[in-house]
Design a protein around this ligand. Structure first.
Ligand code: 5AD
Ligand code: SF4
Length: 440
């Protein structure tokens, strides 16, 4: 292989998975993958638009590529993903050193697009598709450890939450052929992987119909889990409106589906959820949590929270804090509301919570979550967990780190364990962020 691709990925796990698809497409076109940006013939940045901050970060980062082009005039620079889709040709006008702009459904076209830029032209393909799932592409695994991998099972989103740019940047929801998903899972098993995360913007609405047979997410999850009891299965991300009893039962009764659910609440207030167009109420969300706790008593629970959405009152904010306390999340991703152009909220609702109030509410949410995370960790002391060893501890190479079923990180003395082993670890102490333990 003579030509080299360097790819940098921002944003969600879906983007990491897409970068693996892009790497695979370019590998077939004769490219090798490099970690050394200076060696690259093509530099791609796979981007995120979810908040303004994410876009600004990428804008700053790509400026650093400009001088590389001065040293290597044939170097091609491409912007991929959500920002590419949102801004389209504008990026080419505003950043005149960028050669290629490619939206999330147009990655197959990349080899042609590179060819088209040979005479110095800039080019964009941001056509969205109703069918593209890249089902036939076996992704090049860009992870370094060979232990956990992603499988993308659906693309796009039809929920149109008022604040969210994703339906516009990733297009309509479509599910991938389960046969190709199982094929990919079996391939990962052969390669020695021990953990698979099924990915999609809203995996619970997975829906495949063929010859009168219907496969929903619960059925798909079970099919993937049946590939091997030695592979554990996770999934991300779920919408509270679609988390059915059948799905919770499937998780409860299938040993290698991890007891861990990421269930973004966004707000704990029914009136705020209504403005967010989340299509569930506080009561519905609590009902789903109760069902999870009933059927999977030791389930790990995490969430996403937005502080300071349009019109959020102090009482609504307090309802968010109270739902967090009720659930007792192990972990949360917490954000200040960031208005995104062309969304329902940007068009119809006033972004009327001032920065100071947004910041203060976010701090209250973060502080509460630290307490909840710590409390949850304290409950785990003296318990024994089956842990998949997936890392060497950052502090000392005599220690290893891994995650339990509930997706909590546990650090422990190495003893005879190696990366990729399952070991039983007894928790002996904790901080707010991690559990510590010893192999038993
Ligand atoms: N502002 C702040 N947070 C947002 N999210 C999505 N859109 C926005 C926005 N405009 C958050 C939601 C979502 C997570 C991926 O990002 O919490 O679940
Ligand atoms: Fe965005 Fe809502 Fe779709 Fe999630 S479900 S990607 S928050 S529109």
């Amino acid at each position: 292989m003579t030509k080299k691709l360097y790819i940098e990925t921002y944003g969600c796990q879906m983007n990491l998975s897409d970068s693996e698809v892009v790497a695979s497409i370019l590998e077939k076109d004769g490219y090798g993958i490099t970690d050394e940006i200076k060696e690259a013939d093509v530099i791609f940045v796979n981007t995120c638009s979810i908040r303004d901050h994410a876009e600004r970060r990428v804008r700053n980062r790509i400026q650093e590529f400009k001088h590389l082009k001065e040293i290597k005039p044939d170097l091609k620079i491409g912007v991929l993903g959500c920002m590419a889709e949102r801004l389209k040709e504008t990026i080419l006008k505003e950043e005149n050193f960028v050669d290629i702009v490619v939206g999330p459904d147009a990655y197959r076209d990349i080899p042609n697009l590179i060819e088209e830029t040979k005479d110095g032209r800039q080019i964009a393909n941001t056509i969205l598709s109703l069918e593209e799932t890249y089902a036939d592409i076996n992704p090049v695994r860009l992870d370094k450890n060979g232990i956990s991998a992603f499988i993308s099972i659906m693309r796009g989103c039809d929920n149109y939450c008022a604040y969210c740019v994703v339906p516009y940047t990733r297009g309509h929801e479509r599910s991938r052929d389960p046969k190709s998903i199982i094929r990919e899972a079996k391939d990962l098993l052969v390669k020695g992987y021990k953990e698979i995360t099924l990915l999609g913007q809203n995996v619970n609405s997975f829906d495949w119909q063929e010859n009168g047979e219907k496969i929903n997410f619960a059925a798909l999850l079970k099919m993937v889990a049946d590939v091997s009891p030695e592979i554990r299965i996770r999934f991300s991300t779920s919408h509270p409106k679609d988390i059915s009893d059948e799905l919770i039962e499937t998780i409860a009764t299938t040993p290698n589906i991890c007891n861990s659910i990421h269930l973004p609440v966004q707000s704990g207030s029914s009136s705020c959820l209504k403005r967010m167009k989340r299509s569930y109420t506080r009561e519905w969300y609590i009902n789903r949590i109760d069902k999870i706790k009933e059927l999977i008593p030791n389930c790990g629970l995490s969430t996403d929270v937005i502080a300071g959405f349009c019109g959020e009152t102090e009482d609504e904010h307090k309802e968010t804090l109270s739902v967090m306390k009720y659930v007792g999340y192990d972990y949360a991703f917490m954000f200040k509301y960031s208005e995104r152009p062309d969304t329902f909220a940007a068009n119809k609702l006033a972004d009327d919570i001032d920065e100071k109030t947004k910041g203060r509410r976010l701090q209250e949410i973060i502080k509460l979550q630290q307490e909840l995370g710590y409390n949850s960790n304290l409950q785990d002391i003296d318990k024994v967990f089956r842990v998949l060893v997936d890392n060497i501890s950052k502090r000392s190479n005599l220690q290893m780190a891994g995650r339990n079923d509930q997706n909590k990180v546990i650090v422990f003395d190495k003893k005879d364990s190696k990366l990729g082993d399952y070991v039983n670890v007894k928790c002996t102490s904790c901080t707010a962020a991690t559990l510590k333990g010893e192999i038993v």
